[in-house]
Design a protein around this ligand. Structure first.
Ligand code: CUA
Length: 201
């Protein structure tokens, strides 16, 4: 008598399984319901949570985007910091920020509580936009214009840290976003108090 051989491709003969225990059925039901909850949460959180904003995405030629950034800089430039232009676009306008190894061009000066459309793209490789110390993170992909409707809610001098490894200078790739509070500035001028925040340097 030759012993029967089994491979994983065919099931053993007869009833080899035991019916699922009640507890197991309950767990399967709970797991299924939870899956449905999570499934519903995806669109719900997208609409209500404000975590993954519906950005404007367009294909773009990296060079053309960089060119657009340069035009944007020329139009609203107000100064510079160690050679990097500081650009103060008017509220409601389109703002362009190009990531390239290993810098963020330009430095943006925005107004608190004003809306902007922030266009992010890269000239070379993938970079990561991480606004420090806020918890704001976006992928910056060459060939794609990622437009985000943003409204700064806090005044301050923020840093953009690259959170996507992009090469030898990845760790020094730091940008800058300045958010000024115009209403507070007007109040300061009214009482002619010395500016402690340093104003809009
Ligand atoms: Cu850019 Cu890392």
């Amino acid at each position: 008598m030759t012993p029967e051989t089994h491979t994983g491709l065919e099931s053993p003969r007869g009833v080899w399984w035991k019916p699922a225990h009640k507890a197991e059925k309950v767990w399967v039901a709970i797991a299924f319901v939870w899956c449905m909850v999570l499934f519903a949460m995806m669109p719900l959180w997208h609409l209500k949570g404000g975590q993954n904003p519906s950005g404007i995405r367009r294909k773009v030629d990296p060079q053309a985007f960089y060119q657009r950034t340069q035009e944007f800089i020329a139009q609203y430039r107000i100064g510079e910091d160690r050679g990097m232009p500081i650009v103060a676009p008017p509220a409601g306008s389109d703002v362009y920020l190009t990531a390239l190894a290993f810098q963020w061009t330009p430095i943006l000066q925005l107004e608190k509580d004003k809306e902007y459309v922030l266009h992010l793209s890269s000239l070379d490789v993938n970079h990561g936009f991480s606004l420090y110390p806020m918890n704001v993170n976006f992928q910056v992909v060459p060939g794609y214009d990622y437009g985000l409707r943003v409204k700064p809610t806090e005044a301050g001098d923020f840093r953009i840290i690259c959170n996507e490894f992009c090469g030898i200078g990845h760790h020094i790739m730091v940008g800058r976003v300045i958010v000024v509070d115009r209403t507070a500035e007007t109040a300061e001028t009214a009482v002619s108090a010395p500016s402690s925040a340093g104003g809009d340097r």
